[in-house]
Design a binder for this molecule. Structure first.
Ligand code: NAD
Length: 483
């Protein structure tokens, strides 16, 4: 397949190029080789994207929800028909193994388009009776939305933002991560093939230097970011100037609590999924694994045994289930954390090294004897590095799990379901799991508490973040004025 798109940007229903933009080479993480050459958006491209979105939005919002939803559901069907081709591209863009991308990326994007396409026809208001008068409410689109993506799930992020935004009658300008710019262009192409009018979903490329003026533009009504907490702080502040709506899907350092009555195989499976899927590049990962004292040795033994079964290799080979890091820069950040972990006295149980091959491969890495104040237990690493901590009592585990600025996710493994609900009930986290980890069905709200975010993606909750309510008081009788 060709990984070079027809042009760098998709604006007003067509691919557009402006070669005066800063060159943006796309690197395949499994080889380190350039697989496409794009250009960052120039001010002229940004202007085309914003003005075409602004122009197209009102007519789109005036259509019936059912009509808007039909376009999204058609796009979902096209994505499913082309799943393999889109998954191969996702693997080139991110380095994630095809054994993952075939099942998770384009398919979850299609789920979002199908789900919000289905909801679009039922976005109604309320009738509030007040004696002979009444109030009715209308759910209206926000207008022009800007979406900004991270590099770990480029197709999914593009769809998770496009689907609710378009279902509610908004237009969107989406800027993918500069590290993975290819997949969102395909999403734009498919949406238009499905019948989306030109201008409603534009994709433009670039770094934060392109993102920041998009966020600041006075025509923009809402900004939805998937990214790190430091970037979230900047974008939230930038959007605050005009009181723009925001959704912030940010990072985490989530706790996974494993009690001594847990089914060890299931708990090890959950810890593996919550730390090594996508080479650990998942925001909701349970990277602080709190294991109750009595089962620590058994847990570490089974974890090491199972990690030794990982098939690391060419991500386009379906037998591979552990691929490279997304970029040289991200690999170096993770290597630095592995070094700090050792320097601060954590015990390296397995992994820790870069693989002797092309591309940005790191071994799945586990540290034991990690304490709460170690850097690797406090900061988001965003790579295949698990920290195992031990605890004695339930109360202690809950307090330590919550002692973080983040609040994206939390998980518990126990056979005692009463305890499972009690513990999760006290977790300061938005997306939680009992005897599971990292499931993200479109029907469930997804997002963080505390520094991990504002707002929710997916589910009916997302509708509230892409629309606003107008209330209308209707008086039937006389108006009684004091003078
Ligand atoms: P990042 O914060 O470096 O960048 C995110 C996006 O913001 C990129 O597109 C970048 O170009 C853009 N950007 C940077 N500065 C900007 C600015 N000043 N104005 C506008 N845009 C700007 O994040 P990343 O390294 O791409 O992704 C990894 C991070 O994303 C991790 O922290 C991870 O936890 C988080 N993440 C969160 C979720 C979630 O749903 N909660 C999902 C995936 C990733």
């Amino acid at each position: 397949m060709t990984t070079q798109p027809p042009a760098s940007h998709f604006v007003n229903g067509a691919y557009v190029e402006d070669t005066s933009g800063i060159p943006l080479p796309v690197i395949y993480p499994a080889t380190g080789k350039v697989i496409a050459n794009l250009f960052e958006a120039t001010p002229a491209i940004m202007e085309q994207a914003l003005s075409s979105a602004k122009d197209a939005q009102k007519e789109w919002a005036a259509r019936s929800g059912t009509e808007r939803g039909r376009v999204l559901r058609r796009a979902a069907d096209i994505i499913r028909e082309r799943n393999r081709e889109l998954s191969v591209l996702e693997t080139y863009d991110t380095g994630k193994p095809l054994s993952e991308t075939l099942y998770v990326d384009a398919t979850s994007g299609a789920d979002a388009l199908e789900y919000f396409g289905g909801l679009a026809g039922s976005l109604t208001g309320e009738h509030i009776p007040l004696g002979q008068d009444w109030v009715y409410t209308v759910r209206e689109a926000l207008g022009l939305c800007v979406g900004i993506g991270a590099w770990n799930y480029p197709t999914q992020i593009a769809c998770w933002k496009a689907a609710p935004a378009l279902a509610c009658g908004n237009a969107m300008v989406f800027k993918p991560s500069e590290t993975t710019p290819l997949c969102a262009l395909k999403v734009a192409e498919i949406l238009h093939e499905a019948g989306l009018p030109a201008g409603l979903y534009n994709v433009i490329q670039g770094t934060g230097a392109v993102g920041a003026p998009l966020v600041a533009d006075p025509r923009v009504n809402k900004v939805s970011l998937t990214g790190s907490v430091p970037t979230g702080r900047k974008i939230y502040a930038n959007a605050a100037k005009d009181m723009k709506h925001v959704t912030m899907e940010l990072g985490g350092k989530s706790p996974l609590l494993i009690f001594d009555d847990a089914d060890i195989e299931k708990a090890v499976g959950g810890a593996i999924l919550g730390n090594f899927y996508s080479s650990g590049q998942v925001c909701s990962n349970g990277t602080r694994v709190f294991v109750q004292e009595g089962i620590k040795d058994e847990f570490l033994k089974r974890l090491s045994e199972r990690l030794s079964l990982a098939t690391i290799g060419d991500p386009q080979d379906e037998a591979t289930n552990f691929g490279p890091m997304v970029s040289q820069a991200q690999m170096e950040i993770v290597q630095r954390y592995i070094q700090i972990g050792q320097e601060e006295g954590a015990t390296l149980v397995c992994g820790g090294k870069r693989l002797d091959r092309d591309g940005f491969y790191l071994e799945p890495t586990v540290f034991a004897d990690v304490t709460d104040n170690m850097t690797i237990a406090k900061e988001e690493i965003f790579g295949p590095v698990m920290s195992v901590l031990t605890f004695k009592t339930e109360g202690e585990a809950i307090a330590r799990a919550n002692a973080t600025e983040f609040g994206l996710s939390a998980g518990v493994f126990t056979r005692d379901l009463t305890r499972g609900h009690r513990v999760i009930g006290q977790m300061e986290a938005g997306s939680c799991f009992i005897n599971s980890y990292n499931d993200a069905p479109v029907e469930a709200p997804f997002g963080g508490m505390k520094a991990s975010g504002v707002g929710r993606e997916n589910s009916k909750e997302a509708i509230h973040h892409y629309s606003q309510v107008k209330s209308v008081y209707v008086r039937m009788g006389d108006v009684e004025a004091p003078f």
